[in-house]
Design a protein around this ligand. Structure first.
Ligand code: ZN
Length: 139
């Protein structure tokens, strides 16, 4: 039997917030910049994978989120320096750092969990059999 679908790449599935096991079901209830963006589904709607594999598992995502924030703040402050050449007024950097923190919060919340589930949780590998099964059932 011939397969009539192409499996989406790992990176594209991660960016789209798809389930790490079947790459079909959504991990989040709404799109990135919406009021429901923080709401994460308990289970994959396509393959029924439980995303929070043990209680408190997403506390680990805080460390990923911390690393993302530090990277963004360094980039924002270096960018501000390169654009303005400001070495006199520290409040400019404080304001930029606060703005970046607030604007990037939904992004960090979502992608820290996605990075955790995709690349730091070995038991959540992509399973082509489950993907094929979902496609054949036409979900
Ligand atoms: Zn799934």
């Amino acid at each position: 039997m011939e397969t009539q679908y192409t499996i989406p790449s790992e990176l594209k599935s991660a960016i789209d917030g798809k389930c790490p096991r079947c790459r079909t079901g959504n991990m989040f209830a709404g799109p990135l910049f919406s009021f429901k963006s923080k709401k994460m589904l308990d289970r994959c709607p396509a393959c029924d994978l439980k995303f929070e594999k043990e209680p408190g598992y997403f506390y680990v995502a805080m460390y990923v989120s911390y690393a993302l924030s530090v990277g963004e703040l360094i980039a924002a402050c270096v960018g501000t320096y390169l654009l303005t050449g400001n070495l006199e007024n520290p409040w400019l950097y404080v304001i930029v750092a606060l703005a970046v923190t607030l604007i990037m919060a939904p992004f960090n919340n979502r992608y820290s969990r996605i990075i955790l589930l995709y690349w730091m949780t070995p038991m959540f590998r992509f399973n082509p059999k489950i993907y094929a099964q979902i496609k054949e059932e036409g979900k």
